[in-house]
Design a protein around this ligand. Structure first.
Ligand SMILES: NC(=O)c1ccc[n+]([C@@H]2O[C@H](COP(=O)([O-])OP(=O)(O)OC[C@H]3O[C@@H](n4cnc5c(N)ncnc54)[C@H](O)[C@@H]3O)[C@@H](O)[C@H]2O)c1
Length: 260
């Protein structure tokens, strides 16, 4: 894909499974990547260095804190002189039956998955507005990590589904407002990935496993690597005219009516 060389990419939640898979693909395309995450500095730097000795950097970044995001943006400006692509990948899940959803889990899920994406996108967009337009007439690219459940209910997923659905509408409003500034906004919405948040639930929870297995027409969970390419497409020259869209990569899960 063209137009990724030397792009300055910031990934919140970049040390997670999907974040690292996305980072690895951008690095292979000669982009420069900063991973922002909750890890201690040394652990985060080790993750970054395992991806690339010089083009992958780490900065501590808690998306629930505007101050932490500002500090991460200052680091990005200092190290890379700006930001071209902001990827919001930080996420959490706390599945629980609707009547047992705790206010604490609800608030925390919305804070990380929805408000966290707002905070990162806002800080990044302010920086992107300073960029000259690229070959695709863009000043910047914002990509949220959504989920197929942003548009489909999943049992016991009230907080998570609501956070991702809210994120989808936020992305559309941003896409409309930021288009005149040359900033595109989109979502990559994975299905059930055998990695990160879902892998441990799939391995330990028999009912989740049964539901997942009967939900996916392609008959298997996907890998983090299988969703990574869509992020590159949206950031590349090929994706320059795409804004306000979700690319759903769910093996057909959204097509299926489940019984459990
Ligand atoms: N795994 C799946 O099946 C799946 C499916 C659809 C969407 N997603 C989304 O993909 C994204 C990545 O998830 P993953 O599956 O790779 O899980 P993961 O747990 O491997 O990665 C999530 C990362 O987010 C970080 N994080 C959590 N809270 C944070 C905070 N407050 N500030 C900064 N970073 C924070 C974690 O430290 C972790 O590195 C999430 O947004 C998730 O909702 C995952």
């Amino acid at each position: 894909m063209k137009g990724l060389e030397n792009k300055r990419v910031f990934i919140s939640g970049g040390c997670g499974d999907i974040g690292r898979a996305v980072a690895a693909r951008f690095l292979a395309a000669d982009a420069k990547v900063i991973l922002g995450d909750l890890l201690k500095s040394e652990d985060g730097w080790n993750r970054a260095k395992s991806l690339h000795s010089s083009h992958a950097l780490y900065v501590p970044c808690d998306v629930t804190s505007a101050a932490s995001i500002e500090a991460a943006c200052s680091f990005t400006e200092r190290e890379l002189k700006g930001i071209d692509v902001a990827i919001c990948c930080a996420g959490m899940v706390a599945n629980e039956p609707f009547v047992q959803i705790t206010e604490e889990n609800w608030m925390r899920t919305l804070d990380v998955n929805l408000t966290g994406s707002l905070r990162v996108a806002q800080a990044a967009a302010r920086l992107m507005m300073k960029n000259p337009r690229d070959e695709g007439k863009r000043r910047g690219v914002v990509i949220f990590t959504g989920s197929w459940v942003q548009a489909m209910p999943w049992p016991e997923g009230g907080s998570y589904c609501a956070s991702k659905a809210g994120q989808e509408m936020l992305m559309k409003v941003m896409a409309q407002e930021l288009a005149p500034h040359g900033i595109t906004c989109n979502i990559v919405a994975p299905g059930i990935v055998y990695a990160g948040l879902s892998r441990s639930i799939y391995d330990r929870d028999a009912l989740f496993r049964q539901r997942a297995d009967q939900t996916i027409p392609l008959g298997r969970l996907c890998s983090a690597e299988e969703v990574a390419g869509a992020f590159l497409y949206l950031a590349s020259l090929d994706g320059a005219y795409v804004t306000g869209s979700s690319i759903v990569i769910d093996g057909g899960a959204s097509l299926v009516k489940r019984n459990t």
